[in-house]
Design a protein around this ligand. Structure first.
Ligand SMILES: *Cc1c(COP(=O)(O)O)cnc(C)c1O
Length: 351
């Protein structure tokens, strides 16, 4: 009790991120965290652990830079994309600044800002889940960091490129625009990576947790111009990446690792098409939202009933009931063909 009261006021008030793992559940079909449904196979090749690791392991930085089409000076490796989010807030926000984000979107932008004691400005996405640029422009005073997620989690759509470019223009010399591309491998043509040359205040977040099938590894990246990367290098922990993590990450970023990732993406896209076709035939489905990612947002007549019934059967989905504008919506990760069949069969059996 006393100890809690010693913690910072914003931490006392904080509702921690409701991660898929924290929410729990029991079963054998896990479609609530946008993971790849099967693990890739890696062996550790590094076996010396007595020394501290390279703070920014060269093989990982070079491998990711080559894959992303940037120079190594444009890359910082972090403990998952989640660490990138917090690093950017910590490095750029004074206590009097604010962070702007556009719900419904990924929950960690708000949680990280609240943890750091930084005020939040919310400018909800419009009915098509696109940016409200005029409203954002009105709210820009005091905003130091803006987060946009594309493809957006949990809705699945890509944010219009022209809107992102206008956002970058209106924030030039004022704020950092973070574009979260955690799912970009499922629609690589939508990446803003080629815009880094034009916008020194653009930061792109990436991860090995989704298409690379390595959520358990905890490895992510920020891509940006060298000056911005240099700022993040000042505040990151001295040895963020354990030796086994960088060992496996380097293998995942080899030519073969990237070829395998692309095959996984093709598998997900094919299974997604099949899953969506099945949903379209279910009477209790009100809407299937367009997706460019490895998950599908579906609106049901009674979302709570579907979520709870499947939860009881060990099919764990991600309820979006409490997200603004997403009543009766459930986010469903594309699983294996067998898992997807189980989802459809379980929903069909509900009637
Ligand atoms: C999964 C995810 C991340 C990062 O996840 P890490 O596992 O920390 O790399 C970042 N943003 C969004 C939108 C995500 O869905």
């Amino acid at each position: 009790m006393i100890i809690s009261q010693l913690s910072r006021k914003n931490v006392q008030a904080l509702t921690p991120y409701q991660s898929a793992r924290r929410l729990g559940g029991h079963g054998d079909v896990w479609l609530n965290a946008n993971e790849y449904p099967v693990s890739p196979d890696f062996d550790l090749t590094a076996c010396l652990f007595n020394r501290y690791p390279d703070p920014q392991p060269a093989a990982v930085v070079k491998g990711y830079a080559a894959y992303a089409g940037v120079q190594p000076e444009n890359v910082i490796v972090t403990r998952g994309g989640d660490e990138s989010i917090e690093l950017i807030i910590r490095a750029f926000c004074e206590p009097t600044d604010s962070v702007l984000y556009c719900p419904p979107t990924y929950g960690m932008y708000a949680v990280s800002a609240e943890t750091c004691g930084i005020a939040l400005k919310r400018v909800p996405l419009n009915a098509d889940f696109q940016l409200e640029l005029a409203e954002i422009e009105k709210q820009l005073d005091g905003v130091k960091v803006l987060f946009v997620c594309s493809p957006n989690n949990p809705t699945g759509n890509v944010v219009n490129r022209a809107d992102l470019l206008r956002l970058l223009e209106m924030t030039r010399n004022r704020a950092i625009v973070v574009v979260d591309e955690a799912y970009i491998e499922f629609c690589p043509q939508a990446s803003l990576v080629n815009e880094l040359a034009h916008f020194p205040h653009l930061a792109i977040i990436r991860t090995l947790s989704k298409a690379f099938a390595l959520a358990g590894l905890r490895c992510g990246f920020t891509l940006a111009n060298a000056e911005l990367i240099g700022v993040l290098q000042k505040v990151i922990a001295p040895y963020p990446l354990p030796v086994p993590v960088s060992d496996i990450a380097a293998q995942a970023l080899s030519e073969q690792g990237i070829a395998e990732m692309k095959m996984r993406v093709n598998t997900v896209l094919a299974n997604r098409t099949a899953l969506i076709a099945e949903f379209a035939g279910l009477a209790c489905v009100e809407k299937i939202f367009a997706t460019e990612s490895n998950y599908v947002l579906v609106k049901f007549e009674d979302g709570e009933k579907v979520f709870n019934a499947l939860w009881e059967q060990g099919i764990i989905l991600r309820d979006q009931h409490n997200a603004p504008g997403l009543a009766n919506c459930i986010r469903i990760t594309v699983g294996t063909e067998a898992e997807n069949r189980k989802v459809i069969a379980a929903i069909r059996a509900l009637v």
